[in-house]
Each structure stands twice: as C-alpha cells, then as structure tokens.
Design a protein around this ligand. Structure first.
Ligand code: DP6
Length: 332
C-alpha cells in the first residue's frame, strides 16, 4: 500500500482570494493559474498495519506536531473513503526552495492527494483528486493539472463542484515566468490568514467580488487567442486589485517590500522600452514576471542587476501530477 507522486507548484494569474467555507476550502471566486516546471514536491505515502500514528518526513527531517496533524487530518478523508484506519508514513521532498518565494502548499497537497489515493488503490480521476487536494490548500486543486488551469469555484455546499480543470496544456503556449526573489524570510501573515482578514474587514472586498469574474473571462479569452498583451494587462491589474483589498483591511496587510516596488517599476519601464512584460504578486513580497520566450534573456538580465533583487528563477509552464513506479514495498 505504497505510492509516489510528484506535483508542480502553480502561480495564479487570476487570484483565489477569500473563502466561503473555511473547513471545505471553498473559494469566493474562481481563479486561473499556470503550473510551473521548476518547482515541485515528490511524496511517497505508505499505509502500514500496526503503525500507531502517522509519521511525516519533510526533506529528510521528522516534521513537527502541527505539520503532522495537518497531514493526518488530510489523510483522514482518504481513510474514510476506504473505511480503514491504517496510519501512514509520508515522505516528502520539496524542490521548492524556500527562497524561491513560491508556495509549496499547492504542490505539497496535490502530490499528497495523488500518492495517498494511489496507495489505497482508490482509482480516482483527476477531477476527484482536485476536489481532495483543494481540502489541503485551495491552490493545490490547480496543481493536479499542467499548463493553464481554471479552478471553478462551484456553488454546491458540499464542494463537489469546486475543482480545477485544464484550459491549455503546457506545450500549447510556452510563456516565460520569472520568479523574482526580493526577500527570503518567512512571511508574517499566511495567505489563509490574509484572505480571512480581508473578507471580514476590507471595504474594498465587495469590489473584488464584483469584478473578478470579468477579469477571469478576459484572461480566458486572451489565452484562447494567445494574445499576450491582453493576458498580461489583466493579470497585472488583477494582482494589484487583490493587494488593494488587503490595504483596506483592518489591520492593513502590506506584503510588499521596497524591492517589490523596484521590480514593478522596472517592468513598467521595460514596457516603455518596447518589451511586452507584466508582473503578478501573490500574498508575499516576491514578484512573478510574465514575458514571451524571445524576451526572456533581456528581462532576466534587467531584473537580476536591480539592487533589491536577490535571485531570479526562470520557469516555464510545467506538467500536472506524475506517478513513479514503486520498486520495493518496504516493510513497516
Ligand atoms: C494569493 O491556497 O495558499 O496565492 O487555501 O488557505 O491554503 P489556503 O490558501 P492558498 O492561497 C493562495 C492565495 C494566492 C492566490 C492564488 O494562488 O490563487
């Protein structure tokens, strides 16, 4: 009862910001992402007889109580599906450098869902896996698929219609995504906490909800037409709008650092110099930059020399979950 799966991280182009149900991780709005090729989590799950409790090893180290509890609660959903209470050894390797400024929860829960389901011979399709991954971290629902992915918010109370679906494969529009690191410290406010506070206190949040569907429609049309300028403009506007909702929260949430602004302004200048390049920023200070492959080198060289920039990681659209054959069934 052992399986190994890998999932890549994803970066939201139209953001998921706000939950309508915190237990089931049901979002207020639909969102859209690109799965990236460079950063991923590989997870092995082995269910064992006679194991008193779940064990979670992250990057070779035994995880603490809080992280192990999160994994256990997540695995309980799978145990319930097969009607067994076998505990598991979960071994995860994160190839998401903490310094990359990318969330590992998306790749982490997507890989865990895929490995756990396979280990229990659950035979789930990708839609069912997306529903399950979502319940570990919302953005994980999208990492099941490669390329451009939409997470449809759904309307049902039980969340069975809230899952991701692929829009365009990673081969069909090979854009460049540069992940620009301006700060590597752990952020003080998690996305989870940030979105909750925004929904509860920001007077700008209704404005987000009034317009995000329109943003998504424009982004999907741009992807269909492969219109990079149309996509870049709406992606940048959507990210700024999400941060504006946070500025209005009580107490306000400001994830940006001086380096964040420096990168944003340099990108605006690059556009004046005739390069098509746009940015997006998640719940953190680091900036993700979108450009066409032919401009990748120029954009990389421009950003990498900025005083506030620590590192630039060059990424491209990546694949959805993959499975590895397990050669040995180790005893436990
Ligand atoms: C700003 O998926 O990390 O990156 O569902 O609470 O685990 P939880 O939050 P998470 O939030 C991601 C927020 C975001 C936008 C996005 O990825 O769509």
């Amino acid at each position: 009862m052992k399986a190994t799966a890998r999932a890549n991280t994803n970066i939201a182009l139209i953001k998921y910001w706000g939950k309508r149900d915190e237990t089931l991780f049901l979002p207020m709005n639909s969102s859209l992402s690109i799965t990236l090729d460079k950063f991923y989590t590989t997870t092995t799950v082995q269910f064992c007889k006679d194991l008193p409790s779940d064990i979670f090893l992250l990057n070779g180290c035994l995880a603490g109580e809080t992280d192990t509890l999160k994994i256990s609660i997540f695995l309980d959903r799978f145990r319930k599906m097969v009607g067994e209470n076998l505990k598991a050894i979960v071994t995860s390797i994160n190839k998401v450098p903490t310094a990359a400024g990318l969330a590992s929860s998306a790749s982490g829960f997507a890989a865990l869902a895929a490995a756990a389901a396979k280990a229990l011979r659950l035979n789930l399709d990708k839609q069912e896996l997306s529903v399950l991954a979502r319940q570990g971290s919302g953005s994980a629902s999208r990492s099941i698929y490669g390329g451009f992915v939409e997470w449809q918010k759904g309307i049902k109370e039980d969340g069975t219609d809230s899952f991701a679906k692929p829009i365009l494969s990673e081969q069909e529009w090979p854009l460049s995504v540069l992940s620009v690191l301006v700060e590597s410290d752990q952020k003080i406010i998690s996305s989870r906490e940030g979105m909750k506070r925004t929904v509860e206190t920001s007077p700008f949040y209704p404005g987000w909800l009034d317009t995000v569907d329109q943003d998504l429609t424009i982004a999907k049309e741009a992807i269909k037409l492969r219109n990079f300028e149309m996509l870049g403009k709406i992606v940048e506007a959507n990210a700024l709008k999400m941060h504006a909702t946070m500025f209005g929260a009580t107490p306000p949430i400001i994830y940006w650092k001086s380096g964040t602004l420096e990168v944003m302004q340099r990108i605006q200048k690059l556009r004046l110099e005739g390069i098509q390049v746009y940015f997006t920023i998640d719940a953190g200070p680091n900036v993700k930059v979108l450009c066409l492959p032919e401009d990748e080198q120029r954009v990389y060289e421009t950003l990498t020399i900025l005083p506030g920039v620590q590192h630039v990681f060059v990424c491209h659209p990546g694949s959805g979950i993959i499975y590895f054959p397990d050669t040995r069934e180790s005893k436990c």
